[in-house]
Design a protein around this ligand. Structure first.
Ligand code: ADP
Ligand code: 5GP
Length: 192
């Protein structure tokens, strides 16, 4: 496994763009040693999501206490639904201690804050060919109520406007091709 000096990788993209699917593939297939930073969130766990694996599920009070204690690299209230998400600095440190690259899968607002702390981060924005395709994939995932799905689609439209803030934009049309493209971006950053 290649690692070189530890780096930060930031992947963003609207809900339904395939981030979770692609992260799983990259973690097992990339020749670069990657460590996913497990985010903290105040949103409830979905069926099958394990605390400490999918997220650190926190009460709003615990999240606020962690924020006051300066434990977060960045935080954002994503989708305007009142749920907070944040990257714990300890997760980035954990990756670096293992000589792995810290992999952040976070929203655009958090990504821009993290880019200020890590200006050399490898940043990738994942997108889809059309808004109709976002809707198709979100519906296919069956994880959302109708109201939440509409919110996520509204957020998607706003988020794509931030794509040009990222070094790389990858269209997740064909899954294998998108995984390959991001793997190549990571490999080509190895020697930098
Ligand atoms: P995100 O984490 O960005 O919200 P997911 O990884 O949950 O997105 O993907 C949303 C849905 O789209 C899932 O059901 C996933 O299996 C599916 N999906 C991901 N990539 C593709 C692709 N290239 N083609 C078709 N379906 C895909
Ligand atoms: P979900 O609720 O579907 O798991 O995630 C919703 C959104 O939250 C996704 O866009 C995801 O990228 C974002 N997100 C997850 N973790 C973090 C985080 O630590 N910080 C920020 N800013 N966004 C996050």
């Amino acid at each position: 496994m290649k690692s070189n000096s530890p780096k930060v990788v930031i992947l963003s993209g609207p809900s339904g763009s395939g981030k979770t699917t692609i992260v799983e593939r990259l973690l097992s297939e990339s020749s670069v040693s990657l460590q996913k930073c497990v985010s903290a969130t105040t949103r409830p766990a979905r069926p099958g999501e394990v605390d400490g694996v999918a997220y650190y599920f926190m009460t709003p009070e615990d999240f606020e206490a962690a924020r006051q204690a300066n434990q977060f690299l960045e935080t954002a209230e994503v989708h305007g639904a009142g749920y907070w998400y944040g990257t714990l600095k300890s997760e980035v440190d954990r990756a670096f201690q293992q000589n792995a690259w810290a992999f952040l899968e976070i929203d655009v607002e958090g990504a821009i804050a993290a880019m200020e702390v890590y200006p050399d981060a490898i940043t990738v924005f994942l997108t889809l060919p059309s808004i109709e395709e976002y809707e198709r994939r979100l519906r296919g995932r069956r994880s959302e109520s109708e109201a939440m799905l509409k919110k996520r689609l509204q957020t998607a439209l706003k988020e794509v406007e931030y794509a040009d803030r990222y070094r790389h934009v990858v269209v997740n049309d064909d899954l294998d091709a998108a995984v390959k493209e991001i793997s190549q971006i990571l490999e080509s950053s190895c020697s930098n």
